[in-house]
Ligand binder design. Structure first.
Ligand SMILES: [Fe+2]
Ligand SMILES: [Fe+2]
Length: 324
């Protein structure tokens, strides 16, 4: 399947007043213009490949250190390392395409010239992220892509088919991009390929700004929501967090390595066991802590860390500071 058509009823808001109204949003727009980069010109595409062929640290492979891993030859470990990278980057590249589409809808649906201007820059940023990750996959991973995971598809279907800008922003700029910031931080840190490190750092600069849009735009609409609307926002937030945190397993990568169904079950069991013991490599542990803390503090800042939301986050394994 090379494309997907999603019906989306939306109102387009045409503004006539172009004066600055939201100073902080306008200054985010100024930063976005100042910090534009060009994926063809500003990335050192001629960086030599890592000599051992590894693109990410082996610790990011779920079965690293397990009995199954220990039985693999060096050649198989390198192949699995590259397949897992291809799987992770495939998930991210679909996310960038989804973000590009969602932000182009936001240009239409948000009110306020400052908000529209900023969203126009985010459209460009997401196109560049889509471009740069795709080019990495083409040049370093022989163009290997894995299909879009079900949870990611469901999340983007709901973002792109909802007509309300704040529902899109909750799922994209609040939940998905809080996750993306921690993810790109971790990838920048544990990439074995300096080219991938550089790409992740570049993307990261843009993602923090995108998260900033949610932090500026959401508090007012959340404050003014009716109790029913507030509950709907809370529910949507929890569903989006759940989709981002669960259901991602690179089954196709293991299948392509020739793993049998029984071996794949063993991999999943090992993975669950590591998660239960929180026995991850340092940077995975740090990623989890960083992402959970960022999610909790962002929710608190915009007024969505309510008594209804807290137990649902706790059920997803997110640590919460005790209620004030
Ligand atoms: Fe992005
Ligand atoms: Fe983004």
């Amino acid at each position: 399947m090379d494309r997907r058509v999603i019906p989306s009823p939306m109102d387009t808001v045409f503004e006539f007043d172009y004066a600055v109204q939201a100073e902080d949003m306008r200054s985010l727009y100024e930063k976005a213009k100042r910090d534009q980069w060009n994926a063809s010109r500003d990335i050192a595409w001629d960086t030599p490949e890592p000599s051992d062929g590894r693109t990410l640290a082996d610790e990011l492979v779920d079965i690293y250190g397990s009995p199954i891993w220990n039985k693999l030859s060096e050649k198989e470990r390198v192949e699995l390392n590259q397949r897992i990278t291809a799987w992770r980057l495939s998930v991210l590249v679909y996310g960038e395409q989804g973000a590009l589409l969602a932000c182009s809808q936001l240009v239409d649906t948000v009110s306020g010239t400052d908000q529209k201007f900023f969203q126009a820059t985010q459209v460009m940023d997401e196109a560049r992220h889509n471009e740069v990750l795709e080019r990495y996959i083409a040049t370093r991973l022989n163009g290997l892509h894995y299909p879009m995971p079900e949870n990611e598809r469901v999340l983007f279907d709901s973002i792109l088919s909802d007509s309300r800008w704040y529902i899109k922003t909750i799922a994209l700029q609040l939940v998905a991009e809080t996750f993306a910031v921690s993810m790109f931080k971790m990838m920048a840190e544990c990439a074995q390929d300096p080219l991938l490190q550089e790409i992740c750092r570049r993307i990261l600069q843009d993602e923090s700004r995108h998260m900033g849009f949610g932090m500026l735009a959401l508090p007012e609409v959340i404050r003014e929501a009716s109790p029913a609307e507030h509950r709907e926002m809370e529910d949507f937030t929890c569903v989006a967090i759940e989709k981002v945190l669960t259901g991602f397993f690179p089954v196709d990568a293991y299948r392509d390595m020739g793993f049998s169904a029984t071996q794949i079950r063993e991999v999943q069991a090992y993975r669950r066991d590591v998660a239960a013991r929180n026995d991850y490599a340092v940077f995975r542990k740090y990623f989890k802590r960083d992402m959970h803390a960022a999610m909790v503090s962002n929710l608190a800042r915009i007024g969505l860390l309510t008594e209804r939301v807290r137990p649902r986050l706790a059920a997803l394994g997110i640590e919460l500071p005790s209620a004030a």
